[in-house]
Design a protein around this ligand. Structure first.
Ligand code: ZN
Length: 373
């Protein structure tokens, strides 16, 4: 809990320079948090951005960081509205909730007595925190390499200098969980593809990916209304048919379905039939029809996934809906939005001896692999 002021000359000599020759990404790891605790693993400097003063946190010690009237308070010292936590170069960083962060953490007071915590780090280091959670670390190397190129492309496409951060650490961007479970294979996949991104007509591709497509990937146009774009137009996928994620089923009680359509304005009290009313070209449902005792109510298939849970209602690739004991049984294929690379198929292709370039060519047709300078 102690905080020690460093002599300015010494601090200047020791400070992490922040010079970024590789691309830097800013990850919102805590946005709008009332306070947080961290533990220093190695030497960590605190820089008060408004006064320019620097402090050193004691190694292997717990600290609580709280906002006070628009300022940031660390171990009893009230500093300015924004501070920076900077691990000594090459040293261990800090742990928050047992997740390791080794980049520079910018902590800023936010409106409403809250704090935003944003980690600044090299994009290659960021990938070490994405790959283990976005793909099974035991996946074959060529599939991990394909994932590294896809994740790097996706992240670079998200850089937005006008905002306080580029990506969040959750499913709204890519899941990033600090530098916790980096194994040798993941390091190799990142190193062997260092700086490589997918491009199409000279621009980086937003390389979406998902767990399993169920036989055909979705177009980003159908999924999100994005412009027709060759690498994300959707392809047939013969590779994921043996995946355990290739089929799903979910029983939903009729009362839950009625409550779902009632929230959308329906006053119906019973269902005669539930059916897919409109599909995209990959076969995914766009709209579901509920034939009731009154009329037909239409709902977006995507809204059903949100309402019933993306991990239970695994995809909009619905193959049948049938009535059964007081409810309806939905059956479908794949898991996820279906756009871009199918991770189950990528793993199967790698197991059949295909290299990562071939995997990427299959899922992002027309895209090239370009090395960033
Ligand atoms: Zn697939």
């Amino acid at each position: 809990m102690r905080l020690k002021t460093l002599a300015p000359a010494l601090a200047a000599a020791l400070l992490f320079s922040g010079a970024a020759d590789a691309a830097e990404i800013r990850v919102g790891i805590r946005l709008g948090t009332p306070s947080f605790r961290l533990r220093t693993d190695g030497q960590v400097f605190v820089r008060d951005l408004s006064s320019g003063r620097r402090y050193l946190l004691v190694e292997r010690s717990p600290y609580e960081i709280t906002p006070v009237d628009g300022l940031v308070r660390v171990a009893g010292e009230t500093l300015g509205p924004e501070i920076s936590l900077e691990p000594k170069e090459g040293d261990l960083g800090v742990r928050i909730n047992n997740v390791f962060y080794r980049g520079r953490l910018a902590v800023k007071a936010a409106p409403g007595g809250l704090l935003n915590v944003v980690e600044h780090l090299d994009i290659e280091d960021y990938l070490e925190g994405v790959l283990p959670v976005e793909m099974s670390p035991g996946s074959p190397l060529e599939a991990l390499k394909a994932q590294a190129v896809a994740s790097r492309s996706y992240a670079l496409k998200r850089l937005s200098p006008s905002r306080d951060y580029d990506v969040t650490a959750d499913v709204n961007s890519q899941v990033y969980n600090g530098r916790n479970n980096v194994n040798g294979r993941i390091k190799t996949a990142i190193e062997k593809t260092r700086g490589q991104v997918l491009t199409y007509k000279g621009r980086i591709v937003t390389a979406y990916f998902h767990a399993c497509c169920g036989g055909h990937t979705a177009s980003s146009t159908a999924a999100w209304g994005e412009n027709v774009y060759k690498p994300l137009y959707g392809v047939k996928d013969p590779f994921c048919s043996t995946s355990r994620h290739s089929n799903w089923k979910l029983y939903i009680p009729e009362r839950d379905l009625l409550s779902f359509i009632q929230k959308q304005g329906s006053t119906s009290l019973s269902l005669k039939k539930v059916r897919v009313a409109k599909k995209d070209k990959s076969g995914r449902a766009l709209r579901i029809a509920f034939d009731t005792e009154q009329n037909t109510h239409y709902a977006e298939a995507k809204a059903m996934r949100t309402a019933f849970g993306n991990s239970d209602f695994r995809s909009t690739y619905i193959t049948s809906v049938s009535p059964t004991s007081g409810g309806w049984l939905f059956k479908g294929r794949g898991w996820g939005h279906g756009v871009g690379m199918c991770q189950s198929g990528a793993a199967a292709m790698a197991n059949k001896g295909r290299d990562y370039k071939r995997i990427l060519r299959h899922y992002y047709p027309g895209a090239s692999i370009t090395v960033l300078k």
